[in-house]
Design a protein around this ligand. Structure first.
Ligand code: AMP
Length: 391
């Protein structure tokens, strides 16, 4: 069993907590604060125990200097302060004197949020490539490291694996809960159905293969469905097509044709946001873009869902951010919410859809991690967890 935050005496200790504050932000406004809310349990616990808390998180990607401003964690500091009713201290820099001074002046119960760890990526991708010196430097700021960022546990970064390799360490409550929830899938009640959607097939190839072996049905919707339909010989017009994954789709459809269920119809538009039409698979014009599953597909998916005992869902079934393409995702959320079975929803977009459409508390578990939850489903060890000490 992995060590947890409960196993340490935190009083007066500088505790570095890697949290996942990678939240969607538009024009400085946080669109969905679920990840911040989910991290509160660990932060509050450390505070109550008298720790001096140092929070680290990434936000978005930093490839050039101009990415910094739109990916600052300042809006997160403000939201976190509101949620805690406490003025969270902020370090504008990820290394150097300002950060060190702020760490050294922390009093017991204080919380310091450090600016986006990926600012370090501007200098040779030090965070994302787990630069050894950077991991050591951040570790030198604290006494104990707690990993509570489930969403990055599948990555080897300086702010998770790097620090953990240099300090006594454990997992936080959020990571613990995520791992416990996914354990159900070691021995799922059957039929066990997986719903996959979202944009790209290539991100999900590994999981499709391993799930096809273990689950009873895979329902595929979203943009990724069109590569599969194309592999079956359909003209998918101007829909998303991941041509490099086509051979994989052909193989997997041959192997698991009874398990994999694809859309039979779609909502199409000529341009994103323009008029919509309902079309069967064989009716696409060259300029049609498939942007949601159609009514017959929704009914087919519901039939399988209604006889399932365990459901895992990763990836929205349409371009749900635009209302006219959100029906498939909404109807499936609604169907799932009425069932008394195990339903696990993973992936940032699917979790946002569930929250934004009003189904936040209706399921067994909504995971905060997209890639991490997919890798768990694949049966892989997550490096961010592997590095944590055993009790
Ligand atoms: P992913 O990160 O691969 O899970 O993709 C999530 C994104 O896929 C969301 O932003 C959805 O809007 C988008 N998406 C879902 N269905 C489609 C579709 N049919 N065409 C284009 N994008 C889609």
């Amino acid at each position: 069993m992995k060590k947890s935050i409960r196993d340490f005496d935190l009083n007066g200790k500088k505790v570095i907590i890697r949290v996942d504050f990678n939240v969607p932000i538009k024009d400085g406004i946080i669109q969905d604060d679920n990840r911040i809310v989910m991290s509160l349990k660990t932060i509050k616990f450390a505070r109550e125990k008298g720790a001096k808390i140092i929070l680290l998180s990434h936000l978005g990607r930093i490839k050039e200097e101009s990415d910094k401003e739109k990916n600052t964690l300042k809006p997160v500091r403000d939201r976190l302060s509101e949620l805690l009713n406490y003025d969270v201290i902020f370090s504008n820099v990820t290394h150097g004197k300002e950060l060190e001074d702020k760490v050294n002046s922390l009093k017991d119960g204080d919380i310091l949020l450090v600016e986006n760890t990926r600012y370090e990526d501007l200098d040779g991708k030090k965070e994302s490539k787990c630069d050894e010196d950077l991991g050591k430097y951040w570790a030198s700021l604290g006494d104990i490291f707690i990993n509570d960022a489930f969403g990055t546990c599948h990555r080897v970064h300086a702010s998770n694996v790097g620090i953990a390799s240099n300090l006594p360490n454990g997992i936080g409550f959020l990571v613990e809960e995520e791992l416990n929830n996914f354990k159900v899938l070691d021995n799922p009640n059957r039929p066990y159905t997986v719903i996959l959607g979202g944009a790209k097939v290539s991100d999900k190839i590994g999981v499709i293969e391993s799930l096809a072996r273990t689950c009873d049905y895979i329902l595929i919707g979203g943009g990724m469905a069109y590569t599969f339909l194309n592999a079956l010989g359909y003209n998918v017009g101007s829909s998303l097509l991941d041509i490099e994954s086509k051979d994989f789709c052909i193989d997997i459809l041959k192997k698991y044709k009874d398990k994999i269920i694809l859309p039979v119809d779609s909502i199409v538009s000529k341009e994103l946001g323009s008029d919509i039409k309902l079309k069967n698979n064989n009716e696409f014009s060259p300029d049609d873009i498939g942007l949601d599953i159609g009514d017959k597909t929704i009914e087919e998916f519901k039939k399988i869902i209604n006889k399932s005992k365990t459901i895992v869902w990763n990836g929205p079934l349409g371009y749900f951010e635009i209302d006219k393409y959100s029906k498939g995702t909404k109807e499936i959320l609604d169907t799932l919410s009425k069932l008394d079975i195990t339903v696990i929803i993973g992936g940032g977009d699917t979790a946002s859809a569930a929250t934004n459409f009003g189904y936040k508390d209706k399921f067994t578990h909504i995971s905060t991690g997209g890639g991490a939850s997919l890798e768990l489903l694949e049966g892989k060890e997550l490096p961010g967890i592997e590095v944590i000490d055993e009790i």
